[in-house]
Design a protein around this ligand. Sequence first.
Ligand code: ARG
Length: 445
Amino acid sequence: MEEMNASIRYDKRLYRQDIAGSQAHAAMLARQGIIAAKDADAISHGLVTILSEIENGTFQFRDDLEDIHMNVEARLAELIGPAAGRLHTARSRNDQVATDFRLWIRDRIDLHRQQILDLVKVLVDRARQHAETVMPGFTHLQNAQPITVGHHLMCYVEMFGRDRDRFGDCRKRLNECPLGTAALAGTSFPIDRDGPSRELGFDRPCANSLDAVSDRDFALEYLAANAICSVHLSRLAEEIVLWSSTPFGYATLGDGFTTGSSIMPQKRNPDAAELVRARLGRVQGALTALLTVSKALPMAYSKDLQEDKEQVFDAADTLSLSLSAMSGILREIQFDKEVLRQAAGTGHATATDLADWLVREVEMPFREAHRVVGALVGLAEDAGCGLADLSLEQLQSVCKHIGEEAMAVLGVENSVASRRSYGGTAPCEVRRQIGIWEEKLKCAS
Ligand code: ARG
């Protein structure tokens, strides 16, 4: 039973939040005249001692005391005697653990939001550096139209920007204080719910005592935000693996986040990116696990809810590490402009530009232009060359309206520069977007 029931091995991570909650609760009990001031004083001093014992590693955690709450309380009794027994007045481990867990997740949200900001900063810096570097833009992983590396990196800035906001939204809903809702029904003691809530940095006390002790939607929402952010990281990680692969050769990774092979001396493996890509699995698993644990649980607290913590701890550690690894990878990555430029031109990537030219200059309907360029692509393929390599005579053999000026639109730089629409890939537009983010970053940090 002890082995199954005890959570101390992992919930000891809540010690700081647990002690802060107890401090706020004891002070409130004294203010309300529920316990004597001298007892509250003794409790407070005892808790300070326990905090330092835990932090300097001298605290003896005991499995037979089940969890962090009982471990702290038992030590408090050793330190200050019977007054320790007054701390648990008008409180239960049910509201206690819900409070601790909200505080812990809130800290992690703040950390992730800072880490995402660091990642966004790296992406914006690298995007500015490569605002003009052309690369192939894909749909279906087939060359579609040329884009710029800056534009591609700014795509992730938008995603991670939303992830950061998502964590912020989750924090707003999480930030209500369960303390004082007791086991499930509230308490007959004349407690003050507002004081401890304020002291612990919550916006307000939870309004319904049953809800406060039994729901974990704050943890689910945190895991969902974490999972979405991890999905974004896995997409970026996957692209980095592709870009740095031998067949692509678009980029070289730095030594900091790669490993060599024990047998092949030439290898530079993108292990960090691969692990970021893979670790989404753990986070997704945690979200599914907690959804499943919560499903169909009757009100109010059941021990099932103890199964919330390991999932959240693991997902939080995973995301923190993945975010900092990704920042490091991006700081070091070197793009090969020549290879990217070459690749951007293959696969007749500027076919749309020629079709657009026919629409603009010859006033051809787009569908007709699409057919003409399709025929030209066929011609190029028969000749074993790219669309951009066809001579004017060859172009005119399919469509006599095509003039010398049309040749210019077939170049990748011109193609990219022409896509100046809002949010488009043209260097001037990408720089404008970068500028907006640089301003946002100044305000955010
Ligand atoms: N260790 C428990 C948990 O994490 C604390 C709450 C225990 N409450 C109870 N009624 N047994 O959920």
